[in-house]
Design a protein around this ligand. Structure first.
Ligand code: UDP
Length: 267
């Protein structure tokens, strides 16, 4: 397999399937079985799932309601989807843990980075619910942030379109797909990959993104097997590379070292 640890971002809207609202059971089980297949190969899988099939914070604003309240409602929607995915995975006998950015202790563990990493190391599929746990963010931002925190190799953004196109392929039949593109090109061509906060997090931390079609059965496994599909967004090999990414915590250095040096001299 090409990657050891992945963060899979699924949109809430994709969970609707052919429905207008809510969760389509068939689509949910399809996603669960795709995740099961890749987890069975030893790839460590973390998942962030959106909430757009149930609620989005901007809807509250459109009704003249408070945006922050709406965003919390959106975060709760992601918890509902995360719980559904967890159940679907458990039905397929996949070991899972749901970690939430909001404290909802009866149904989810709180998000603790070290705990998330430990679960992944033990082969459990980790689902991150409630986004970042703060309003004014999206689940794409949560996907980027959590992926960086757990040192995932890549963010796989599963969509209904099979990559990033020169123009909207649903509007323009001459649009062509980029097999690969750099972070800088995405910005200069003003392409819509993720919202800017989420995208900037990936760019600044040199975390590659692959946008691919998650709705074609077997695609996730084929992608991880190295089959060319979707669009890879990366630094194009110009940056320091993943290993050159700054570690979040340099465990070799004691955090207390600077303090020790500043101790007042003993009389
Ligand atoms: N949300 C938020 N903070 C987060 C993640 C999500 O406030 O860290 C809210 C926001 O209102 C968002 C909603 O949850 O609209 C649902 O998430 P999103 O729109 O990203 O879902 P998707 O488009 O992937 O279905």
């Amino acid at each position: 397999m090409k990657y050891n640890r992945i963060l899979l971002k699924l949109s809430g809207e994709a969970l609707m399937g052919q429905q207008q609202y809510g969760i389509d059971a068939e689509r949910l089980m399809q996603y669960a079985s795709e995740i099961k297949s890749v987890a069975a190969t030893g790839v460590q899988v973390a998942v962030v799932i959106g909430g757009g099939n149930i609620y989005r914070g901007v809807q509250a604003e459109a009704f003249g309601l408070d945006r922050v309240q709406g965003d919390y409602m959106g975060m709760l929607a992601t918890v509902i989807n995360s719980m559904a995915l967890q159940s679907a995975l458990e039905k397929l006998e996949v070991s899972t843990r749901l970690l939430s950015g909001l404290t909802i202790q009866r149904v989810c563990e709180p998000y603790i980075r070290r705990r998330a990493v430990r679960h992944l190391e033990k082969g459990r599929v980790v689902i991150f619910g409630a986004g970042i746990g703060s309003p004014y963010f999206t689940t794409d931002s949560a996907a980027s942030l959590r992926a960086i925190e757990i040192e995932a190799d890549v963010v796989l953004k599963g969509t209904r379109v099979d990559g990033i196109y020169t123009a909207d392929p649903e509007q323009d039949p001459t649009a062509t797909r980029y097999p690969e593109i750099t972070f800088d090109e995405v910005l200069s061509k003003n392409l819509n990959v993720m919202d800017m906060t989420a995208f900037t997090l990936c760019k600044e931390n040199n975390l590659p993104i692959i946008v691919f079609d998650m709705n074609t059965p077997g695609n996730l496994e084929r992608l991880l097997n190295g089959e060319a599909m979707g669009t890879l967004v990366s630094d194009g090999g110009t940056g320091p590379g993943r290993d050159g990414r700054k570690p979040l915590l340099d465990t070799k250095k004691s955090l207390l070292q600077p303090l020790v040096g500043n101790q007042p001299e003993q009389a």
